[in-house]
Design a protein around this ligand. Structure first.
Ligand code: ZN
Length: 668
């Protein structure tokens, strides 16, 4: 067992109120009535503010949103409110404005400040000279905002104007230190009601456009004195507490969210939450391990795996555990680092994990694992204890059922339970995994239609998980190989692996001022390796445990002390270079359930359904004539099919063939 040293909370340096920024604000509280609110980062414990949100008089809704986004990123952030009295009090501006790494301010706040400063707009660059990075947003097409743009960009930009024509957003290809995985991508459209574009001035050569809307600058950076300025032509920042609907992409909030996140990530680097080990996997739902399943032929798939760098996971229906072909199983066994299995339902009947009956769900979760283990015994192929829900449907109750049976995680196209009134917030959607329900992680995945979805996931530190069905291979493997090539180009560090490896390594890290590394992890079985070249102290924080005062944790099999940290229980350990540790969070409710025993009638129904699905995949979908006939009788068959309560699949993207989309027998 590797030697891992334990540390106590007291060994970590405490900063408390000794931060320079807090001193700054106190110094001026008395003499100049500077009013400061301070909020320590929910996720961070360092109290030196990396980020200041500058407000006029008192924080407004837009200021609160900026603070929430900076906090979500793990930075230490506070408000600083200015007033006319402060600005006219005779204190030199450089003592009024804070010394900090990043300052976020709305254009209208700067307009009000400029109005009250003796030097007016021209005094702004000097007043902000102790700020390393300044982010200004919310530009309107007004003279005062145009004057601010001109003064801070040294005439690189001269104004903002309403959007007209092409509103597509294009991210620069040559600014990777700010644009990260989004570099070179088109990322949807700006909203003409909310967003603007900038007008370039004579000195436009001095600025760099990070994002364009159509042909016009939208997010721009430039240097002025010692400060680097970032200008965003979007009028509104995203509200992390906004409820999101099902089937909603985070890209919808791109304009009000990602430029600010790019700014913070680029400026603060390791000090904010990030993931240095991006991982990916391509998931194929449903197929049997036979020579051919519909359009999928395993030999051809393995040829693709030899031509491109990627991994494949078959979401395997446990009901099929006795039906694999030994030669195909051998193909998996010969490629143990690129071909994997995970669990896809139990019987794969319509919405089977959307049930609300806890005992039934626990029994089905257990039966699925038992079948997969029998499959492993018989065919030798290991599997990951990761559930992909059939048709993407699951209830809130399904997640504790999986947890009790010992599953590592769920991976699903849809992140929120289908049968609940509880909505996810944008904050949930942006996290590496949703752990709101029973502390059990649900990781997201996408159809390979829009590369920006995968760039967004990687940018947020999530794994890049793609999903398709056999129909994707209708025209061969060119689409797959092209997608893999483009995905790999997003980030040269991508490591391909199994869903088990991906989920058990999923984490965000950030480095505190004293060099300690905070690790936020998502699964109850977590693997951590020190990939640096020096000894490293870690503070591990399990996701969604803030309500708990203590946890039972083991490290490499030995019980480990878990201490109360500012933000919840924390595990403190130190690793030597190259050393790794297996962390296990022990759940009290993790007990194997009693496998569910299907009735004869149910078994017959499942058998009929599986046979029909295989007829569809192998004969109907692969034959144009049969496809057309089925399309014609679809209304009739649908009525019969839906009478049995069988759900059809959730939206699956444009790549699915028309015959598949319209097939009455189709299920996800
Ligand atoms: Zn399926």
């Amino acid at each position: 067992m590797p030697e891992i040293s334990v540390m106590r909370n007291s060994q970590f340096s405490s900063h408390g109120s000794s931060s320079p920024l807090h001193q700054d604000s106190r110094e001026h509280d008395d003499e100049s009535q500077v009013v400061a609110w301070s909020k320590e980062s929910v996720l961070g414990r360092s109290s030196t503010s990396d980020v200041v949100v500058l407000c006029w008089m008192a924080p407004r809704e837009s200021d609160r949103r900026a603070l929430e986004i900076a906090t979500f990123m793990g930075s230490s952030v506070r408000f600083l409110s200015l007033s006319a009295a402060v600005l006219k009090g005779g204190t030199p501006p450089r003592f009024i404005f804070p010394r900090c790494a990043c300052l976020i301010v709305e254009a209208e706040t700067l307009a009000k400040i400029a109005q009250e400063m003796p030097a007016g707009v021209s005094g702004l660059p000097g007043a902000l000279e102790l700020v390393e990075h300044v982010f200004v947003y919310g530009f309107q097409t007004t003279a005062s905002h145009n004057a601010i743009l001109q003064a801070l960009s040294s005439n690189g930009l001269v104004g903002a104007r309403a959007l007209s024509g092409d509103a597509t957003l294009h991210v620069a290809v040559d600014q990777t230190e700010w644009c990260f995985q989004f570099s070179g991508l088109a990322v949807g459209s700006a909203d003409p009601a909310r967003d603007r574009s900038f007008v370039e001035g004579d000195a436009s050569g001095e600025i760099a456009t990070l994002i364009r809307v159509g042909e016009q600058p939208f997010f721009v950076c430039g240097k002025n004195g010692r400060s680097k300025f970032f200008f965003l032509a979007s009028g509104e920042l995203a509200d992390l507490d906004e409820n999101v609907t099902r089937h909603c992409s985070g890209l919808k909030w791109f304009c009000g969210l990602v430029p600010l996140m790019m700014f913070l990530r680029g400026a603060l680097k390791e000090r904010v939450w990030h993931n240095d080990h991006p991982r990916a996997c391509f998931i194929i739902d449903d197929p049997l391990l036979r020579r051919r399943h519909g359009f999928l032929e395993y030999k051809r798939l393995l040829n693709s795996l030899s031509r491109q760098t990627f991994s494949v996971c078959v979401a395997f229906i446990p009901w099929n555990y006795r039906r694999s072909n030994k030669k195909v199983a051998q193909l998996f066994l010969s490629n143990p680092k690129v071909a994997f299995l995970c669990v896809h339902g139990c019987d794969h009947t319509g919405a089977e994990f959307e049930a609300r009956d806890t005992e039934l769900l626990r029994g089905k979760a257990q039966l699925a694992l038992d079948r997969m283990r029998k499959h492993q015994q018989h065919f030798g192929i290991p599997f990951d204890e990761v559930m992909v829900f059939p048709q993407g449907l699951f209830s809130v109750e399904a997640l504790p059922a999986l947890k009790a049976a010992g599953y590592l995680a769920a991976v699903n196209t849809e992140l929120s339970p289908s049968a609940t009134s509880q909505c996810l917030s944008l904050r949930d959607l942006l996290d590496v995994a949703v752990t709101r329900f029973a502390d059990f992680p649900v990781f997201g995945r996408h159809y390979p239609n829009d590369l920006a979805e995968f760039a967004f996931d990687l940018f947020l530190g999530k794994p890049a998980l793609a999903v398709e069905h056999h129909g994707y291979f209708r025209d061969g493997h060119d689409a797959l190989e092209s997608f893999i090539q483009r995905l790999n180009a997003l980030d040269s560090r991508i490591e391909w692996g199994s869903l088990g490896t991906i989920c058990s390594h999923a984490c965000l890290t950030r480095r505190s001022e004293n060099g300690d590394v905070y690790v936020h992890f998502y699964t109850d079985r977590f693997h951590l390796k020190n990939t640096s070249e020096q000894d490293q102290r870690y503070i591990l924080q399990p996701s969604q445990r803030s309500g708990e005062t203590s946890l039972r944790v083991s490290v490499d099999g030995s019980e480990w002390s878990c201490e109360r940290e500012n933000e919840g229980p924390g595990v403190f350990l130190s690793l030597k270079p190259g050393q790794s540790a297996d962390i296990k969070v022990v759940s009290e409710d993790s007990q194997p359930g009693v496998p569910w025993k299907p009735t004869m009638t149910h078994s017959l129904g499942v058998w009929m359904r599986r046979v029909l699905c295989e007829v569809r995949d192998n004969y109907v979908d692969t034959s144009r004539i049969l496809s057309r006939i089925v399309s014609d009788v679809r209304p009739l068959v649908s009525r019969v099919w839906n009478r049995d309560g069988n759900a059809t699949d959730s939206p699956t993207g444009a790549s699915r063939s028309r015959s598949l989309r319209t097939s009455p027998l189709y299920e996800g």
